[in-house]
Design a protein around this ligand. Structure first.
Ligand SMILES: NC(=O)c1ccc[n+]([C@@H]2O[C@H](COP(=O)([O-])OP(=O)(O)OC[C@H]3O[C@@H](n4cnc5c(N)ncnc54)[C@H](O)[C@@H]3O)[C@@H](O)[C@H]2O)c1
Length: 246
């Protein structure tokens, strides 16, 4: 695929999956804009990716607009947007009736409202491209109704619905929108959203019987961003080693 002069912005790419996606897409020839709440981490990934860093809080409409203005002034044309930023690794597991209102609102605010807000702010830059593609990172936890983080699963189900509407409303602009639903993958960030026993049980239930890695998601994201998926829009691509089949 010819990615020469093609630019993609990956949100939440200061660490974890987003970091691997940013570095991997840069290796595949994309010019990468590393966007994250943590500006220092974004800078460090951008330096490795040979790209640019942008500090943004996707849960703030104002911050999204500021980031978009900055890029607009630089005449950036966005050919790809990967909405990967979310509250995830910092969450703790609990049944839905124990989640307090503030935590519920915050997760929905970042994961769902944030995805809508940053995409809205960046639309003028995406419209400058001849064939832009949006990839929204949801989660296969939606398909299995994974217990103990209902706010997160609900936010990701919302992201899937939002993706379908985006694909319709952006069709006339020639912009495609698809969602990716990754299964559980281990990153460099320790987290409490899955126990070692649950990891073992999931691996045993998968068709591909090994733990998933962030690198397992790269090919699917690159496919959805590029022209090989030019006839694919308004879909979800599930990458969970076959934990769920559909
Ligand atoms: N790791 C997994 O097993 C897994 C599985 C399915 C889906 N996902 C999804 O993949 C994505 C990345 O997961 P991860 O494991 O790397 O998560 P992570 O928690 O390690 O990283 C999230 C990143 O998003 C950034 N971020 C958080 N709030 C932000 C905000 N308001 N504005 C801008 N940036 C913000 C953080 O700074 C961080 O860099 C998330 O959308 C997650 O829901 C992860």
């Amino acid at each position: 695929m010819n990615t020469e002069n093609k630019t993609v912005l990956v949100t939440g790419s200061g660490q974890g999956i987003g970091r691997v996606l940013a570095l991997g897409l840069a290796e595949r020839g994309w010019r990468v804009i590393v966007a994250d709440l943590d500006g220092q981490r974004a800078e460090s990934v951008a330096a490795k990716a040979g790209g640019e860093a942008v500090t943004v809080d996707i849960s703030s409409a104002e911050s999204c607009r500021e980031a978009a203005h900055l890029l607009q002034h630089e005449d950036v044309v966005l050919d790809g947007l990967v909405n990967n930023a979310a509250l995830f690794s910092t969450l703790t597991m609990k049944p839905f009736w124990e989640i307090d209102e503030q935590e519920w609102d915050r997760v929905l605010r970042v994961n769902l409202t944030g995805t809508w807000q940053i995409t809205t702010a960046l639309l003028p830059l995406l419209r400058r491209s001849a064939a832009a593609s949006i990839v929204n990172i949801a989660a296969s936890a939606v398909w299995i109704g994974r217990s103990n983080y209902a706010h997160y699963v609900a936010s990701k189900a919302g992201v899937i619905g939002l993706t379908y509407v985006m694909s319709r409303e952006l069709a006339d602009d020639g912009i495609r929108a698809n969602a990716l639903t990754p299964g559980s993958v281990r990153t460099e960030i320790p987290r409490h959203t899955i126990t070692p026993e649950q990891v073992r049980a999931q691996v045993n239930a998968q068709n591909v019987q090994r733990p998933g890695t962030p690198e397992d998601l790269l090919g699917a994201v690159a496919f959805l961003l590029g022209p090989d998926s030019g006839f694919v829009s308004g879909q979800t691509l599930n990458v969970d080693g076959g934990l769920t089949v559909r």
